[in-house]
Write a protein that binds this ligand. Structure first.
Ligand SMILES: Nc1nc2c(ncn2[C@@H]2O[C@H](COP(=O)(O)OP(=O)(O)O)[C@@H](O)[C@H]2O)c(=O)[nH]1
Ligand SMILES: [Mg+2]
Length: 474
């Protein structure tokens, strides 16, 4: 059965039945939790719970909301001893009547228990349906509901921190600020439209333009902060590049803390590139070891070198390894490739057997105009490694402070983009001397976009999209 509820401007549908799902991963664990939410929570619970072989009644359960009840699940044949918690509406995650069953964490047992709930009238929850209900009952706004999904799927501390900020209302605060700015603007425009024939003073047009420009710049920086966060989450890539036999694979293994790449004194051992994920300062990083760059007639090796070059070109952090035991080749390599060295980190490896003619000043002459850093290291004896790693940390952290970043869902980026377009159109209209009657519509459009971000205006379609990203049981 569906009931219609009027929330804010739109009517949305709230299913009024009782749903159940396993909310913890389907793996063996100490406990596994099943959630039940909806009006029949108590009547379903009383049919399957007992204590000392005596059924637990609705009345008994409802006397102690939000407290742990140690009881048997399954009546008359119990299947597990559990902790049952009843949450009285509206003081629950969904805002509805709700219960949580904490069983022992065996997937077969959990499924069996879930079947008991279905048999008594619950139906399987859809993806994200618990959180959807929380949103529909006003427990969270849409950006917070999204943040819950972001927290669940975060793969690194960095991503988790961004999701946590959203969960604690980062986007909500931002959109509230935008909204109040735009509502002020709109009401002033409307006052002007209504009273323009009378002798009232309005803010000067240049002040208004200034205010719109401020909102535009806030939207733009928000989108930039989000792009930066996304590129960090998706693709911070460190690529190790250089001639064969300089110690690239040794460095890869050292950074990974395990032997992943084959280290060999036979040049050309790494024929393709190898990629592994590591975390530096909580930021997930793709670390790539490449095939050594040299001229070769071997078609397979050539292909590997081409691929390595394209990995290098797309890297956020580029590490070039040269061989300190071989001054002539290192100098040649730098002479030939120095144009590609902008912003790179040059590591002179094998400094433990540095060649007698080693002359770093010569490199500086060639690389004079390139921004780059230079370290002398030995992968074999771990000399200079700590200094280099500290620099790597610093470099990653320097640019990437989660404080200054924000994680927006694609849906929200789209709407921020729409706000930008509306406000830029407003400026354009003002520039062409359009009256407030005309451009106030654009401000309205921008307000609609804000409403779509935080869910103050919603449609079934947006909700479908947001909640399909959840797993069942959330
Ligand atoms: N003496 C010395 N040998 C090293 C050092 N780093 C690597 N090697 C050796 O250099 C050879 C080539 O190393 P590898 O990591 O396979 O180089 P890649 O071809 O650039 O990947 C191997 O025999 C390594 O043991 C170092 O710091 N000092
Ligand atoms: Mg190698």
């Amino acid at each position: 059965m569906w009931t219609k509820r009027k929330i804010f401007q739109t009517t949305i549908s709230l299913k009024n039945d009782t749903i159940a799902a396993i909310s913890t991963p389907l793996l063996s664990g100490a406990i596994g939790i099943i959630r039940l939410s909806g009006p029949d929570t108590l009547s379903i619970s009383e049919k399957i719970l007992s204590k000392n072989s005596i059924p637990l009644t609705k009345d008994k359960i409802s006397q102690s909301p939000r407290s742990a009840i140690y009881c048997d699940l399954g009546y008359p044949i119990p299947i597990d001893k559990i902790i049952y918690t009843y949450f009285k509406s509206p003081f629950s995650y969904t805002g509805e009547e709700m219960a949580e069953f904490s069983l022992h964490g065996n997937p077969i047992l959990l499924r069996e228990a879930l079947e008991l709930l279905f048999k008594e009238g619950a139906r399987p929850a859809e993806r994200g349906e618990f959180t959807k209900r929380a949103y529909l009952n006003g427990k969270v706004d849409l950006t917070q509901a999204e943040a819950i999904a972001q927290m669940i799927r975060a793969r690194s501390r960095f991503e988790l921190e961004l999701a946590q900020k959203n969960n604690f209302g980062e986007i909500h605060r931002l959109t509230s600020k935008l909204r109040s700015e735009l509502i002020n603007l709109k009401s002033e425009c409307e006052a002007e439209i209504d009273f323009s024939t009378e002798d009232l003073t309005f803010e000067s047009l240049s002040e208004r333009v200034e205010r719109i420009k401020n909102v535009i710049s806030l939207c733009k920086t928000t989108l930039q902060r989000s792009d930066r966060a996304e590129s960090l989450i998706e693709s911070t890539k460190i690529v190790i590049y250089g001639e064969p036999n300089t110690g690239k694979s040794s460095l890869m293994n050292l950074l990974l803390g395990k032997d992943r790449a084959i280290v060999s004194d036979t040049p050309g051992t790494t024929r393709d590139f190898l990629s592994e994920e590591i975390q530096i300062s909580g930021i997930p990083i793709k670390l790539v070891d490449t095939a050594g760059i040299r001229s070769t007639d071997d078609t397979v090796e050539k292909l590997g070198i081409e691929k390595s070059k394209s990995e290098y070109d797309s890297a956020n952090i580029k590490i070039i390894v040269i061989d300190a035991s071989n001054y002539k080749d290192s100098l040649n390599f730098i002479k030939t490739h120095f144009k590609d060295f902008k912003n790179s980190i040059i590591l002179a490896n094998k400094i433990d057997m540095v060649s007698s003619d080693w002359d770093q000043k010569e490199f500086n002459k060639i690389l004079d105009n390139q921004e780059r850093s230079y370290f002398e290291i030995s992968c074999k004896y771990k000399d200079g490694i700590e200094e280099f790693i500290n620099y790597l940390y610093e470099r990653i952290n320097r640019t990437e402070n989660p404080e200054n970043l924000i994680l927006l869902e694609a849906r929200n980026k789209y709407h921020f983009g729409k706000i930008l377009i509306s406000l830029e159109t407003t400026l354009h209209l003002i520039d062409n001397n359009s009256p407030a009657e005309i451009y106030v519509n654009e401000i309205d459009e921008a307000l609609v976009s804000i409403g779509l971000i935080n869910g103050k205006i919603d449609t079934e379609e947006i909700l479908g999209r947001v909640f399909s990203k959840f797993c069942v049981g959330k």
